[in-house]
Design a protein around this ligand. Structure first.
Ligand SMILES: NC(=O)c1ccc[n+]([C@@H]2O[C@H](COP(=O)([O-])OP(=O)(O)OC[C@H]3O[C@@H](n4cnc5c(N)ncnc54)[C@H](O)[C@@H]3O)[C@@H](O)[C@H]2O)c1
Length: 311
């Protein structure tokens, strides 16, 4: 049984709010709790002010590591992180990601923070929260440290899988494969994917991620919750869904994977999030991609009419 809903928070701190997921969360928080006072802390190293068009709250342009407000908050959402997994500077990744989290722990009785499916590393197994972490890069390692120190503080982790959707363009090469392939296909190029497009990942639409994060804030208990779609889908599936949503018929252009370590499979076991949060993803890959194409203004006329989440 999901725990009882808590009353609407008044003062909210959101780190990383100029980023992809953070900006979607900020706008939904203001829609859902119109009287809440939201403070964003973001040093704009990868975020973009354009993501916050329509945001009515305060923005502090600071590294979370150095944020030491006098006020406290009802709830902290900590999403600030270096998110480019190709940044291999170990000191920078671990220092900024971990110390940024440590700085906001204690600023509110409830702290919800972003963990990552990258903590599971390379495996062929469906991933459940009890699976031991096996970080394959320093970004993933920094997230494992967040999970470790969160336990001492009773914080709630939302372990995101491969998120895609509106307001991710600023991430450039670190944006989702779905966005990258859509850009290539829109410009008439064949979509380039590693041979032979059968790598499978749990692609989750950002609207479901925002819903899951807010459910964790309202109903979560200390610990980590997987937030994904619950189903691994292949790169070939993405290309088929994009062809359909964009009204194209482009064949994949396969090439060799240059990486020694590459997550070829991610799939979230959602049992805990379903049971304790009542989290149910509403967008499967095809529905999410159609909704996203419509938001981008790229949807083919015939595909646009079909946009409709499951419920
Ligand atoms: N997008 C995904 O698929 C995904 C998957 C798993 C986990 N996550 C996690 O979700 C969170 C949000 O990711 P995103 O995809 O929106 O990335 P993003 O890069 O768009 O957002 C991160 C934001 O944090 C800011 N930031 C980074 N370090 C900071 C610091 N020390 N102090 C202040 N601001 C800082 C950046 O400027 C940016 O606005 C991150 O914690 C990320 O690790 C994302």
């Amino acid at each position: 049984m999901p725990a009882k809903k808590k009353s609407a928070p008044d003062r909210i701190l959101l780190t990383g709010g100029a980023g992809f997921i953070g900006s979607n969360l900020a706008l939904e928080i203001e829609r859902r709790w119109p009287s809440a006072r939201v403070t964003i802390v973001d040093d704009f190293r990868s975020g973009d002010f354009r993501n916050l068009t329509g945001f009515r709250g305060d923005v502090v342009a600071k590294n979370a590591v150095d944020y030491a407000p006098r006020a406290t908050f009802d709830i902290v959402f900590h999403l600030a992180s270096i998110t480019d997994t190709t940044v291999h500077d170990q000191r920078l990744q671990v220092h900024d990601n971990v110390e940024g989290f440590r700085a906001v722990l204690g600023l509110a009785p409830r702290v919800v923070y972003a963990s990552s499916a990258a903590t599971y590393g390379i495996t062929d197994e469906r991933m459940s929260e009890t699976t031991p972490p096996r970080p394959a890069n320093v970004y993933a390692f920094s997230k494992v440290v967040l999970d470790n120190i969160a336990r001492e503080h009773g914080a709630i982790g939302v372990r995101y899988f491969n998120v895609y959707g509106p307001r991710e363009a600023h991430k450039k090469a670190a944006a989702s494969m779905i966005y990258q392939l859509a850009v290539q296909m829109r410009s008439g190029r064949r979509p380039r994917v590693f041979k032979h497009g059968e790598q499978k990942r749990d692609f989750v639409y950002v609207k479901d991620v925002v819903t899951g994060t807010l459910l964790a804030a309202e109903r979560g208990r200390p610990g980590v919750y997987n937030i994904g779609s619950g189903l691994a889908r292949s790169f070939n599936d993405i290309i088929a869904a994009l062809n359909s949503a964009l009204g194209l018929s482009l064949d994949p252009d396969y090439f060799d994977c240059p990486y020694d370590f590459y997550q070829t499979f991610t799939e979230a076991d959602l049992a805990k999030a379903q049971r304790e949060l009542g989290y149910e993803p509403r967008f499967d890959l095809e529905t999410g991609i159609r909704d996203y194409a419509k938001w981008l203004g790229w949807a083919a006329a015939r595909a646009g009419r079909e946009v409709d989440a499951k419920k």
